[in-house]
Design a binder for this molecule. Structure first.
Ligand code: ZN
Length: 476
């Protein structure tokens, strides 16, 4: 009798346990802390047996070299960090358990990828969260066989928790200040940047965030004064964006190189920018125009990128092309002295350069030529804009994209088929739409002839030529 009661009590007690303390999540925990000097440490703890873990975010630099392999050093004996196909991976002869990595800070922007780290001139840093995300796979050969676009590939969904611990510093996660210097959250639930530093969060009419105090004054003035005007124009023309007031992290990277470098990206309700270079120190008509165009491109992503996302990496031309196109058209409206000719010439040049005969625009990432998305995407919108105006006298440069956004606002995604449907609606020309589809999905035998025909039918006045070497040297 007594034993039965005890058993019952035990059962009851055991039954109550899970509610009191949920089981620890299975998966991977990566803890990021300061190391010696300027280095940081990433400690991976794997809770699942796999000898190979690859990094889905594995960008390359402009020379084609993986950035991670240049700055991460594995300290755990027997574990190697190597490249296989499109991905960096960690591997050993036995399943990984704990792996310690020493990291130098990589603040450049890899090709078509977010900068792993933003460095502010007061010493503050911001880490791109998903650089730490890892996925198990059965072998190096299996990793090598993975495509550039992992959407729909069905990778293992092991949860990965990122812990950033930087005692004595205030952290910012999605705009929320964390004063304990310690934050933990699940990766792959939306990219973000984790800021650690003590600068105040400012609030402007267009954005809230951290504006590096070291930024040249004229750049700060442009960010504060031009951004609200631009956002107001986009809101007026494209409707309310799906996010509230964006968060901005804007870092000044110092006066190297000699020219100007404007790097940036938009992640989940947040825009990050890294501005540097000697030429950025002083305002000139060129630097002002570049800065405004850059703000125009990045801000446009709150509509084309955040309100609407592309479905697959191969559809990056939809959002990058739109951001370039919108920046050009916004500047035309807001800056009287701006002449869009040069930027449109550059877009045509890049498109012809990176998409050759029988090369599909949608495969430009696989070919390692993501620049094609910007130039060709913008040129396709030039045709869509002209066609829309031809059939609708009230239409302006924003009408086509407004229609695309409104038609897809609910599910927040846009794909090639939906873009082409809108294009067919704008042109009323099924044969022309089929030609554009071929350019995007399979490639065409003569890209120049394709563009000349497309521009002739839609009524675009734009030379279909690459720029001469002389012209490029003058621009540089
Ligand atoms: Zn962009």
């Amino acid at each position: 009798m007594l034993r039965w009661v005890i058993a019952l009590l035990l059962v009851t007690f055991a039954g109550a346990l899970p509610a009191a303390s949920p089981p620890a999540p299975k998966g991977v925990t990566v803890t990021v802390t300061r190391g010696e000097g300027d280095e940081w440490i990433a400690d991976y703890q794997f809770d699942q047996a796999s000898p190979v873990w690859f990094f889905p975010r594995s960008g390359i630099d402009e020379k084609g070299q993986p950035w991670r392999l240049q700055v991460w050093t594995v300290e755990t004996p027997g574990v190697r960090l190597v490249r296989a196909g499109h991905y960096d991976l960690l591997t050993a002869d036995t399943p990984l358990k704990r792996v310690r990595i020493r990291m130098k800070l990589y603040t450049d922007q890899p090709e078509a990828e977010y900068a792993p780290v933003l460095r502010f001139s007061d010493g503050a840093l911001a880490f791109f969260s998903d650089q730490f995300y890892v996925v198990p796979t059965k072998s190096i050969a299996a990793a090598r066989a993975l495509p550039v676009d992992l959407n729909g590939v069905g990778t293992d969904g092991t949860p990965v928790t990122l812990v950033l611990s930087d005692p004595g510093h205030r952290l910012l996660l999605r705009g929320k200040p964390i004063t304990t210097g310690h934050v933990s959250f699940a990766l792959d639930t939306g990219n973000t940047y984790l800021y650690t530093g003590n600068a105040p969060v400012i609030d402007t009419p267009a954005f809230a965030g951290v504006l590096d105090t070291g930024l040249p004054d004229w750049v700060k003035a442009e960010l504060r004064d031009f951004t609200p005007r631009l956002m107001a124009l986009y809101r007026d023309k494209l409707g309310i964006p799906a996010i509230g007031k964006p968060m901005a992290l804007i870092a000044w990277g110092g006066d190297k190189p000699e020219g100007i470098s404007l790097g940036g990206g938009v992640v989940d309700g947040m825009v990050v920018m890294q501005i540097r270079g000697a030429r950025a120190l002083t305002r000139s008509p060129e630097t002002t125009s570049w800065m405004r165009w850059f703000i125009g491109h990045e801000s446009a992503h709150f509509w084309m990128g955040q309100t609407l996302h592309y479905e697959r990496i191969s559809e990056g031309w939809i959002t990058e092309g739109a951001a370039d196109f919108l920046a050009t058209r916004a500047l035309q409206r807001l800056v009287p002295e701006y002449d869009p000719k040069t930027d449109l010439r550059d877009a045509m040049h890049d498109c012809l350069r990176f998409v050759g005969p029988m090369e599909a625009l949608s495969r430009s990432e696989d070919r390692g030529e993501p620049r094609a998305n910007y130039g060709c995407g913008a040129m396709l919108l030039l045709a869509a804009e002209a066609a829309t105006r031809k059939h609708d006298p009230k239409a302006d440069s924003f009408t086509f994209l407004r229609g695309l956004i409104d038609a897809n606002r609910i599910d927040t995604y846009v794909n090639t088929r939906e873009w082409l449907e809108r294009f067919k609606l704008a042109t009323g020309d099924a044969a022309l739409t089929a030609e554009v589809r071929a350019f995007i999905t399979t490639g065409v035998p003569d890209p120049k002839a394709f563009w000349r025909h497309l521009f002739a039918v839609t009524g675009v006045d734009q030379p279909v030529e690459m720029k001469s070497i002389k012209e490029m040297m003058q621009a540089g």
